[in-house]
Design a protein around this ligand. Structure first.
Ligand SMILES: NC(=O)c1ccc[n+]([C@@H]2O[C@H](COP(=O)([O-])OP(=O)(O)OC[C@H]3O[C@@H](n4cnc5c(N)ncnc54)[C@H](OP(=O)(O)O)[C@@H]3O)[C@@H](O)[C@H]2O)c1
Length: 273
């Protein structure tokens, strides 16, 4: 698996998302097995959040990484309403307990909330000093937010990015690339929705004997400094996603995809799901 440097560590360019895991106890074994399969396939970066199933997803991750913590690069996120001087260390302790570990590699502010950014950053720095987190970063920050943050120590910005949601290409993505701030692309395959049925995407996929989801991932990875974090529970999806890292799209493919999914021509407010 191709890697890039994130938070001072080489991480795979395709990781694993966990939103909607941990919601249904009867699915737990499947979800744990999917994450373990993904780790074996090289997708050793796992993205989760205290929000997902209100801690349930972190518990699934904890089960999946038990006995192999050191192989995994763990990303979790704090709710904005917990992102205060007192709230952050408490939220982090709860996440650590559910994850069954004593450190999170990268801890993100899930989106901007009511607390001043300086307060959140200071609390992140305390956690870092205490060895509870490796690095910190943000999520759902638009260009004006990252300017206001003005923190070279921020290790990533995790944002919505896929063929249907290309707004960041206008300003946020080039700026991040120039600053060498890695971007984590969430919902990279459009949540498995109608995007995958697009005719052009299907044609490009057929040309490469690949699937539309694999092309959607390879399309994201054409950009420097971008990591995709698809979520998959089906074993076949997990395997296909890991293999997508070696799919190389050609200029003709990218032109066809540009015709079907237009690049932004002006500033668009950062989209979120
Ligand atoms: N920071 C934020 O605010 C934020 C917001 C949203 C998401 N995220 C993170 O980003 C991750 C990814 O986003 P997401 O889960 O919303 O959407 P996604 O990864 O774009 O799509 C997940 C859906 O696609 C299906 N799928 C996975 N691989 C596939 C394949 N190869 N072919 C066809 N279908 C496939 C999955 O099915 P199965 O599971 O049944 O295999 C699931 O239904 C999340 O899990 C979460 O960790 C962060």
């Amino acid at each position: 698996m191709r890697t890039l440097e994130l938070a001072g560590v080489q991480v795979p360019v395709i990781g694993q998302g966990t939103w909607q895991m941990g919601e249904d106890r009867s699915q737990r074994a499947r979800e744990v097995a999917a994450l373990r399969q993904g780790i074996e396939s090289g997708m050793t970066l796992i993205d989760t959040a205290e929000m997902y199933a209100e801690g349930g997803a972190e518990e699934v991750v904890g089960q999946a990484i038990a006995g192999q913590r050191d192989r995994v690069f763990l990303v979790s996120k704090v709710y904005p309403h917990n992102a205060s001087r007192r709230g952050i260390p408490e939220a982090c302790e709860r996440s650590l307990r559910r994850l069954g570990t004593d450190y999170i590699d990268l801890y993100l502010l899930h989106w901007r909330g009511q607390y001043p950014l300086e307060e959140t950053v200071e609390a992140f720095e305390r956690l870092q000093e205490a060895g509870k987190i490796g690095r910190w970063g943000v999520s759902n920050f638009d260009l004006d937010d990252v300017h206001e943050l003005a923190a070279p120590a921020c290790a990533t910005n995790q944002v919505l990015y896929n063929l249907e949601q290309r707004g960041i290409e206008f300003d946020l993505l080039p700026w991040s690339q120039q600053q060498r701030l890695p971007t984590m692309a969430y919902c990279p395959i459009g949540q498995g929705g109608k995007m995958l049925a697009n005719d052009t995407l299907r044609h490009v996929a057929a040309r490469h004997q690949a699937t539309p989801a694999q092309v959607a991932l390879a399309w994201i990875l054409r950009q420097d400094g971008v990591i995709a974090i698809p979520k998959a529970v089906h074993p076949e999806h997990v395997q296909l996603n890991a293999q997508a890292a070696s799919l190389q799209l050609e200029a003709g493919d990218l032109e066809a995809l540009d015709q079907a999914f237009h690049a932004p021509e002006r500033k668009q407010r950062l989209a979120m799901v």
